[in-house]
Design a protein around this ligand. Structure first.
Ligand code: SF4
Length: 323
């Protein structure tokens, strides 16, 4: 079985009490069954506290937050469970975050999630490099269609080299990527996918895009403020690296429904939005990921918008990139 990971994957180290936006804030933490059983049997004051805050909600086991923070978060910025029992006592989510695993059966890809500030720094500052690959024993017969996967893998490589071409500006690379995804979509499904109504003049396209993001579920006031006070800046290399991260993360996921173009529209819209918001690109991208990538409803809404919202019409996106 082949294991692939981004070249910066092993460089990640949690900032713990130095983290500017800890994953212990604002999210509701789901605890896996095995860890919940361990916590429920734990003796002493920590066990008592865990039994107080472990709750069932919509079929999930959660640690119910206190003042918007994980109840195990200590004022010194450290996790009480980790401090008293060590890393292995953390639930699966906390042990893994921000590490991502995409298991396709006969190969596995590892990456980092942009919603962690330290991972965002690595993702958006590390120069482009191929995935690091090695063979290990094991693996399963894949459930995917081999021909479709072969097409997605080869076209993802092409998309990444197109994006990295120094002769293309960031905007040109994103435009070419969007056109290329349209061709690949045709090869995958034998035709193009439906486009939304084209009723949005290009000069109103960005306002329509911001409106759309304002209408999604919003977790933090910081994101709401950023959306309300955009400060458009120039294209920067961080935007190119953001696109690289999104290609690496989402391109092969089209194997589940063959909707590649919708995913590429999502990544182009993400780059356009973050350029429009301006500010510190790394901090804004991290917050974008926390708000959008970590909310399955928001991701679904964006993939739907690729077919239904005028701001996501291919010609609107190309117009905004070429403006
Ligand atoms: S967000 Fe990242 S760096 Fe910050 S505490 Fe969580 S894992 Fe560590």
């Amino acid at each position: 079985m082949r294991i692939e990971k981004t070249d910066y994957f092993d460089q990640f180290s949690c900032l713990a009490d130095r983290c500017p936006d800890s994953c212990c804030h604002e999210w509701i933490l789901q605890v896996d069954e095995e860890t919940a059983r361990f916590y429920r049997r734990l003796p002493g004051p920590l066990g008592e506290r865990l039994r107080e805050v472990l709750q069932e909600e919509d079929g999930d086991i959660i640690l119910s937050p206190v003042d918007g923070k994980c109840p195990m978060w200590r004022p010194d910025g450290l996790c009480r469970i980790q401090a008293e029992l060590g890393h292995d006592a953390l639930c699966q989510t906390c042990r893994q975050f921000p590490r991502l695993t995409h298991d396709y059966g006969d190969f596995v890809e590892y990456g980092l999630e942009l919603s962690c500030p330290e991972a965002a720094r690595l993702i958006l500052t590390t120069p482009s490099a191929p995935l690091v690959s090695r063979e290990v024993p094991g693996g399963e017969e894949p459930a995917y269609d081999r021909q479709d996967m072969a097409l997605l893998q080869s076209t993802r490589d092409k998309a990444l080299s197109l994006l990295d071409d120094p002769a293309r500006t960031v905007a040109q690379a994103l435009s070419d990527l969007l056109r290329f995804a349209g061709q690949v979509q045709w090869d995958l499904t034998g035709g193009s996918l439906p486009e939304p109504e084209k009723c949005c003049p290009i000069d109103e396209g960005m306002a329509a895009m911001v409106d759309f993001f304002n209408g999604l579920e919003i977790l933090t006031d910081r994101w709401r403020r950023l959306l309300s006070h955009p400060a458009p800046g120039p294209w920067r290399e961080e935007h190119r690296r953001l696109a690289r991260y999104l290609i690496q993360r989402y391109w092969l996921q089209a194997i589940s429904d063959l909707e590649l173009l919708a995913r590429v529209k999502f990544l182009v819209a993400a780059c356009l939005l973050l350029r429009h918001l301006g500010s510190d690109v790394i901090a804004a991208a991290q917050l974008f990921s926390k708000e959008i990538e970590n909310d399955a409803d928001n991701i679904d809404a964006i993939l739907d918008a690729a077919y239904t919202h005028p701001a996501f019409h291919t010609s609107t996106l190309l117009g905004l990139l070429e403006a």
